[in-house]
Design a protein around this ligand. Structure first.
Ligand SMILES: CCCCCCCCCCCCCCCC(=O)SCCNC(=O)CCNC(=O)[C@H](O)C(C)(C)COP(=O)(O)OP(=O)(O)OC[C@H]1O[C@@H](n2cnc3c(N)ncnc32)[C@H](O)[C@@H]1OP(=O)(O)O
Ligand SMILES: NC(=O)C1=CN([C@@H]2O[C@H](COP(=O)(O)OP(=O)(O)OC[C@H]3O[C@@H](n4cnc5c(N)ncnc54)[C@H](OP(=O)(O)O)[C@@H]3O)[C@@H](O)[C@H]2O)C=CC1
Length: 518
């Protein structure tokens, strides 16, 4: 069978969501490991005052592309941005571009989505479901299409404990839902959203489940693969360890803990933390593209689903993550930490509320008071409120376990040549978690916060200063409480005198015995 790189040689690839976290890694890996690929067409929208060309050229300047740049300084010639707003009719692609794409595209990777957990249902439906349908319509007009790869999520069916590599019946017929919500005002949709999403935690997982059904409907006409990654984290090996560029999922939690802001979170110490490195997901995605295309004529007309998870193969737990994240940030501290990193996870609701009060709200109040007194704008309480909202949305995923069947991932691996297994490695049995978490934490420091590694001694010095402030504060607090207590209670005074005299007696005894032995 042809190798993966040989398959992609001369192919035209269409990618949505290329400016996102996973899309960027996909573009980079294709250019680096499949250097003979013909053209990458990226569907991009203008954003924040930047044209789509400007956005794509900014993206190509990013550090992620350093290795590709080294191998082929002219790699940008292979990239063709196509203007597209996925929530618009016909994806807002111009007729000339449609003509161009339908005549030459061989493979589609559909990564674009809204991954916000608090996205209003209508918008999440528009982007995650309707745009997917429109892209499938476009795909059917393509004369040379060999594979359509849809990126879903392992949590699309998080209302089940055991998840097989099949597409489950939709909670509702997507078309009916879209039609009925179309005429409704946003406020009404907002009111009925909890009833609609039922036992799913948010509009994201709900709409991703509906999108899978939309994709499945077209599987008799197109060769389709569906990738379901779990919690996508920093890169494991490629293009370099620890690459990450956003606050999503665990990254924001790690950073907040490293900065000493987050001290408590509800999570189950013993639950599996199903993190999956982004390079593993992308290697599997490219291999699935190759497999889908090569076997397109022999497949029965059904989309092949790949659960892309680690829990069943190489499990690691939230308690272990907490331990390794904390020790990593103590070795490699973040700059200007608010307090020393010391976050604890607990599954006990009351305990968590207690620590929120003592370790989040109380220090925030004091710090804001200090800011106010020194003529600055208070900000800490606002930061904590945002943090509480964010972790509140994540807790559902860190408090329970799921079991994913990953037979198709194993099957795919067994079809790769030894060379492809190395170049497109998605064998998570080899993943060393402590080393991965260390690189992940360093990655958040270097690539998300843009902090310099040479500043680590100063950051350590800052942590020592914070420790001394804490010791002084605790001592003063103890003395203060004790003084108040002693002033009010005869019993406390008696205990105090008893302890002091006991200490004095011990001291005299040791001094006397040491004089005798000399
Ligand atoms: C040591 C402990 C170990 C235990 C550790 C347990 C970890 C347990 C992880 C489970 C993880 C499950 C993951 C499920 C698996 C998928 O399905 S993965 C898909 C994942 N999707 C996400 O993670 C999206 C979640 N995020 C959201 O929905 C929204 O960002 C939020 C949280 C509702 C916040 O919305 P918002 O208040 O409007 O804020 P937003 O505009 O997004 O961002 C505002 C600012 O905060 C920053 N920010 C955003 N999120 C965060 C954050 N989480 N933290 C800090 N800053 C953030 C942004 O960068 C932004 O900065 P500026 O640009 O203003 O400078
Ligand atoms: N990150 C994770 O942990 C996981 C992600 N996934 C799935 O992987 C895929 C990629 O996720 P990720 O890279 O993290 O997400 P990002 O949020 O980083 O990227 C989303 C991409 O979609 C594009 N997009 C969003 N709205 C539009 C629009 N209206 N028109 C055109 N493009 C749009 C964004 O473009 P722009 O830059 O213009 O906003 C961006 O390129 C998604 O399908 C997600 O569901 C699955 C499991 C876990």
């Amino acid at each position: 069978m042809v190798s993966i790189a040989d398959y992609y040689a001369g192919k035209n690839v269409l990618i949505t969501g290329a400016t996102g976290f996973m899309g960027k890694v996909l573009v980079e890996k294709l250019l680096r490991s499949c250097p003979e690929v013909q053209t990458l067409y990226l569907l991009v929208r203008p954003k924040a005052g930047q044209s789509m060309q400007e956005r794509v050229s900014d993206m190509m300047k990013c550090k992620l592309f350093d290795r590709v740049r080294e191998d082929n300084p002219d790699f940008h010639q292979k990239i063709v941005p196509i203007s597209s707003e996925l929530t618009q009719p016909a994806l807002a692609i111009s007729p000339e571009d449609v003509e161009r794409l339908t005549s030459c595209v061989n493979i589609i990777f559909h990564c674009a989505a809204t991954i916000r957990f608090d996205e209003p249902l209508k918008h999440a439906l528009q982007l995650n479901v309707m745009a997917t349908q429109q892209l499938l319509n476009l795909a059917q007009q393509m004369h040379h299409l060999q594979a359509f790869i849809h990126i879903s999520t392992a949590y699309a069916n998080c209302n089940r404990r055991h998840i097989d590599e099949i597409i489950y019946p939709p909670p509702v017929e997507p078309k009916k839902l879209i039609d009925s919500l179309e005429w409704m005002e946003d406020s009404i949709v907002c009111d009925i959203t909890p009833r609609l999403i039922g036992d799913r935690p948010n509009t994201y997982t709900y709409t991703k489940a509906l999108a899978e059904c939309v994709v499945q409907k077209e599987s008799s006409k197109l060769s389709i693969g569906i990738i379901r990654p779990s919690i996508v984290g920093a890169s494991w090996q490629e293009p370099f360890p620890g690459w990450i560029d956003n606050f999503n999922g665990p990254s924001g939690v790690f950073i907040a803990a490293g900065k000493g802001i987050l001290r408590t979170m509800r999570a189950n110490n013993d639950a599996v933390a199903d993190l999956i490195p982004v390079d593993v997901v992308i290697n599997l995605t490219l291999a699935a593209g190759w497999y889908t295309a090569v076997h397109r004529l022999t497949f029965p007309p059904a989309a092949l689903v790949y659960n892309c998870t680690t829990g069943g193969i190489n499990p690691f737990h939230w308690g272990e993550i907490e331990h390794h994240v904390m020790s990593s940030f103590k070795r490699n501290p973040l700059e200007q930490a608010f307090r020393r990193p010391n976050a604890n996870i607990t599954s006990n609701y009351l305990m968590n509320q207690y620590w929120i009060l003592v370790s989040h709200k109380f220090p925030a109040l004091i710090y804001d008071l200090y800011l106010r007194l020194s003529g600055q704008k208070p900000q800490m309480m606002r930061i904590f409120n945002r943090l509480h909202k964010a972790i509140g949305l994540l807790e559902y995923f860190s408090s329970q376990d799921w079991e994913w069947n990953s037979e198709n991932m194993n099957m795919l691996m067994s079809h790769l040549s030894p060379e492809d297994r190395k170049t497109f490695n998605f064998d998570v049995r080899q993943l060393n978690w402590p080393e991965y978490i260390e690189n992940y934490c360093i990655g958040t420091k270097k690539y998300v916060l843009n902090e310099d590694m040479s500043d680590i001694p100063a950051a350590r010095q800052h942590l020592r200063k914070l420790r001394n402030i804490r010791y002084t504060f605790n001592t003063l607090l103890l003395v203060f409480i004790w003084r108040v207590f002693i002033a009010r209670s005869q019993m406390a005074r008696n205990i105090w005198y008893f302890v002091v005299s006991l200490c004095f007696k011990f001291l005299s005894y040791f001094r006397a015995s040491s004089t005798l032995t000399n």
